[in-house]
Ligand binder design. Sequence first.
Ligand SMILES: Nc1ncnc2c1ncn2[C@@H]1O[C@H](COP(=O)(O)OP(=O)(O)OP(=O)(O)O)[C@@H](O)[C@H]1O
Ligand SMILES: [Mg+2]
Length: 350
Amino acid sequence: MFGISAKQNIVGLDVGSNAVKIVELEKKRGGLHLASFGAVGLPEDSIVDGEVLNHTSVVDSIKTLANELNIAASPVCTSVCGSSLIVKHISIPKVPLRELDDQIYWEAEQYIPFDMAEINMDYEIVNADGDHGQIELILVAAKKDFIEKRLTTIRDAGFDPQILDVDAFALANIYWENYDVSENTFSVLIDLGAAMTKINIVTQETTLFMRDIAVGGKNLTQEIQDKLGVSFEEAEILKIDAATSEQIPKEVLEAINTVSENIGLELRRSLDFFIASNADYPITGAYVCGGACKMPGLTSALEDMLGLPVYYLNPFERIGYNSQVYNDEFIAAIASSAAVPMGLAMRNFE
Ligand SMILES: Nc1ncnc2c1ncn2[C@@H]1O[C@H](COP(=O)(O)OP(=O)(O)OP(=O)(O)O)[C@@H](O)[C@H]1O
Ligand SMILES: [Mg+2]
């Protein structure tokens, strides 16, 4: 995305609102392998709606994690999400491939509510052969200062951001690499982060629809906080404990039900929006990842509310790992958090 291209091997750096995650992949005979993974929490409100508000804490956290993992300053693929991204699903008249960039630029002016000189823009083709001789595509744009702020943070932490992607697109990389996807498979990929839920509806090699919604695991922490009158940190502990405990306190259970239902309703709304204009693409399943997908009972609540089978998006279905460094238990525990940074690291191998 955003026109920066990678020429050499790089790592995936996922700077989420709750935690920074780094993945390093190596290419071995037989495919890609996880060389290292690590995560470090960020102080609250360091990143809000995709925007870096506390530059120093984000830079320090990235540096600390890179040191821990022994990853020297190197090129990285990183990503952004949130409402600063302008995502538009548009159709334009068909033009020869060499004129496409110019055509999209002129068409985009109608859809982007800013001066084109102030934004960075990229696009993904959804259908090169759409109805009435049109090309359907997804435009993703963001203001240059938003992008520059993020890139400066990454550079100040000692890394060289060669590709700036979008979280939702990183999910698709993981899905295509790890699963058999036919042209009749239409899946919704869902990254349940702390502050944002990212949706990407995909089929074979194509993104059909993407959207970021401002709900996530933090909503559950806040709900527990309100119900029990405890601090955010205490509520976070109660929430994580609930994922493995047999006896979940009544208030926590109520909070889980409320938040699961809210997340389910938001997702349902987005799917309905997509289905209304895409009846030809019947969605066959949902794949979830991100830290908040571990909320107890969430997958079964989503199955009911979306009327779809819900699976965990497993980045290690076909991507190996060094079994002398990592065991199966560790890999299973990190799978949901590793999906986005793995999808980012993979950009380099495309
Ligand atoms: N075992 C668990 N049970 C419930 N929630 C969990 C568990 N582990 C992590 N979480 C929640 O997952 C969220 C963090 O997920 P993740 O690391 O994917 O977020 P992020 O990438 O930092 O955020 P975002 O993508 O929204 O910017 C937090 O809200 C955290 O409380
Ligand atoms: Mg995230």
